[in-house]
Design a protein around this ligand. Structure first.
Ligand code: GDP
Ligand code: IMO
Ligand code: MG
Length: 432
């Protein structure tokens, strides 16, 4: 028995929510350890769809403990709104079912505003990242800049004014430079006091709670957000998010030692998508790209933006397997490939006449990379809802085997529709 870390192995939206929900039946605790409400994780249970952004996907299962770790940036307004939304769907979140790290950073309105101001300004200069405009980047900047307001500060009204002062010295200088109106001290104080009562009941010393759970033999499931190619260090910088999304962050972002992390499960879509700007070597601008987008319903859960689509990039996922230490993958959305005559897989790139087996780190070099493809025969049969290998056409099995070989990791789970139970179990990550 072990713990399991779920991470995205591509550019996000691989189907982490569905797989975390499926796995959470076997877990006692589900922990978010980075990102914020830029994430959009969709679960479909008996035809009912749940969209989670900030709350761990385990909250929909009664009796499971959901934890938001210190590595997450929390917009308290978004948190409250998400709990209210879920309540309307019959899911009640209480301090018994959700704990939030006292040392997690808060996203405030000024962060959201700044994200939007920068993106708008960048639109005119061609340097836009295409962020979710949720204030994620600005909040992480303040955390690293040691001027953030954290969850625990909501409980300490005596020292809060000095912390707000510090924050505003920085932000108002920035805002003046950008030609924006300054933010008043009173406005921030009011914003914080308006949410304190709703957030504080969930506050917890999360590292200690997890330590206690681990010692008692609880099964802990870590739910990553975004994907490895969006990681602040390992992704396609600067077109990335502002946190480490790789598996190692599960330890730092929750306060549980890395030795206890266990099985690293990379969630991997059977093709590739990306939302926002940035390089994407296997992107398809033709009717096949359109086919994948329509059949896969590739529209952002959070922003509704159309996701860019392309062939499976084995070189990228091989890189993800290495930087995350992926033990096995959950291959999702195989069903979306049903009906295509042939399928291509990128196995490396051509860069300035040379063949390379990984995406280089430099932005300009990434843009010049041309994919090298192998071609496989497609299949005409439907794999939608398949629940065993025996239900899969021979060509689909060949495709899966080829993916495993190229990325150097085995398929532990295979997903064949958005529904919770349309999942094939090959190896149970908790028992590996
Ligand atoms: P996440 O951000 O990684 O949790 O992924 P999203 O929820 O943003 O996007 C994945 C989308 O694909 C969601 O709408 C899921 O319901 C859907 N999905 C997940 N697995 C499968 C699958 O195997 N087949 C199909 N057709 N859809 C899937
Ligand atoms: P889930 O967890 C896909 C992308 C944005 C943008 C970049 C930076 O659902 O897989 P940010 O708002 O984080 O500063 O935006 O990262 N991005 C995601 N793309 N899935 C996500 O989350 C994403 N979260 C952020 O589109 O390109
Ligand atoms: Mg998503």
């Amino acid at each position: 028995m072990t713990n399991v870390v779920v991470v995205g192995s591509q550019w996000g939206d691989e189907g982490k929510g569905k797989i975390v929900d499926w796995l959470s039946e076997r877990a006692d605790v589900v922990v978010r350890f980075q990102g914020g409400h830029n994430a959009g994780h969709t679960l479909v249970i008996d035809g009912v769809s749940y969209k989670l952004s900030l709350l761990p996907s385990g909250v929909v299962r009664p009796g499971k403990l959901a934890v938001i770790g210190n590595g997450v940036v929390i917009d308290p307004h978004a948190l409250i709104a998400e709990m209210e939304r879920l309540a309307k769907q019959g899911v009640t979140v209480t301090p018994e079912s959700l704990r939030i790290a006292d040392n997690a950073t808060l996203i405030l309105s000024l962060h959201r505003e700044l994200d939007g101001i920068r993106e708008d300004a960048a639109s005119n200069s061609g340097t836009k990242i295409g962020t979710t405009r949720r204030g994620i980047g600005p909040a992480y900047e303040d955390k690293v800049g040691r001027r953030a307001i954290r969850v625990m500060d909501l409980a300490d009204l005596d020292t809060l004014p000095a912390k707000v002062d510090r924050l505003l010295t920085h932000h108002n200088a920035l805002r003046r430079g950008l030609g924006e109106a300054e933010v008043a001290h009173a406005a921030i104080m009011e914003e914080l006091s308006s949410v304190a009562e709703r957030v504080l009941p969930f506050m917890e010393t999360v590292w200690a709670l997890l330590d206690q759970k681990r010692r008692k033999g609880a099964r802990i499931l870590f739910e990553g957000a975004q994907g490895t190619l969006l990681d602040i260090d390992h992704g396609t910088y600067p077109f990335v998010t502002s946190s480490n999304t790789v598996a190692g962050q599960a330890a730092a972002g929750s306060g549980m030692g890395p030795g206890a992390l266990g099985y690293i499960l990379g969630i991997t879509k059977a093709y590739t998508t990306r939302v926002g700007e940035g390089p994407f070597p296997t992107e398809l601008h033709d009717e096949i790209g359109q086919f994948l987008g329509e059949k896969g319903h590739e529209f952002g859960t959070v922003t509704g933006r159309k996701r860019r689509c392309g062939w499976f990039d084995a070189a990228l996922v091989r890189q993800s397997v290495a930087v995350n230490g992926i033990t096995g993958i959950a291959l999702t959305k195989l069903d979306v490939l049903d009906g295509l005559d042939e399928l291509k897989i990128c196995v490396g790139y051509k860069l300035d006449g040379e063949e390379i087996d990984h995406l280089p780190a430099a932005q300009a070099a990434q843009a010049r990379c041309e994919p090298i493809y192998i071609t496989l025969e497609g299949w005409k049969e439907s794999t939608v809802g398949a629940r065993s290998w025996a239900d899969l056409p021979a060509q689909a099995i060949k495709y899966v085997r080829q993916v495993e070989e190229l990325i150097g990791a085995p398929v532990a789970l295979l997903s064949t529709s958005p529904e919770r139970d349309d999942t094939i179990l090959v190896t149970d990550p908790f028992e590996d």
